[in-house]
Write a protein that binds this ligand. Sequence first.
Ligand SMILES: [Zn+2]
Length: 257
Amino acid sequence: MIMKNLLIIFLILFGSSQAFSFVILIDPGHGGKELGAVKSYSVKDSKGRQKKITVYEKNLSLRLAKYLQASLLNEFSVYLTRSFDRTVDLDDRASMADTVKADLFISIHFNSANSSEFHGFETYYLDNHKDKAIEKVESIENKDLKGEDKIINQILIDLVVGKTVNSSKKLAGLVHGNIGKNIKSFKRKDRGIKPGLFYVLALSKRPGVLIEAGFMSNPRELSKLNSDSYLKAYAKGIAQGIKEFYKTSPKREIPLF
Ligand SMILES: [Zn+2]
């Protein structure tokens, strides 16, 4: 109960100040003791010495989420599942969708692989699939959920997929296409739109997408991801996709059950 009250206070303090009828909940991945990926790249300082810069996914996701929030505030009610560095369980993130009556749920992440060769950006929507490569991404992003919940969630996933997949796939297409246009000058590889079983998307019970905005495990790519110009351009792309979705979709497709 105390947690629930605290949550509402957080939302009032850090949520949207203007009331628009269409509500977007942005979910910056990880936070607090959940660091997400932690990777480094090197730069030369002014004296030509190598300097190592270490980047935390939880910080990058929050930066991108805040740029996205700023790009959407003039047209929508926009909330964040966390607006500073704190630990939030996956199910608490998802339940905020009910608290703020969200129409869309946008989860922000950055990719990581064992090899530093992988690079590029991809956009996921909730759907079933049999792709081993995608399972690796899922296992990373679903890690913050407690073990016993995973069995129950397969049933929920099937229900939510049935009700959201058309909207989520359309949203993913619009968002991804606009990201590609906006970050063109950064010359990143377009890895496409993919189905994924992400618990945070299923538990939110909303049409939504999970963004993987680039590979932190590739030092060259990480140096771009860690720049405000990349994050701003990326946020602008997501925002344009959401705006196009809003203009072309029937309102209130929230699957409440
Ligand atoms: Zn992540």
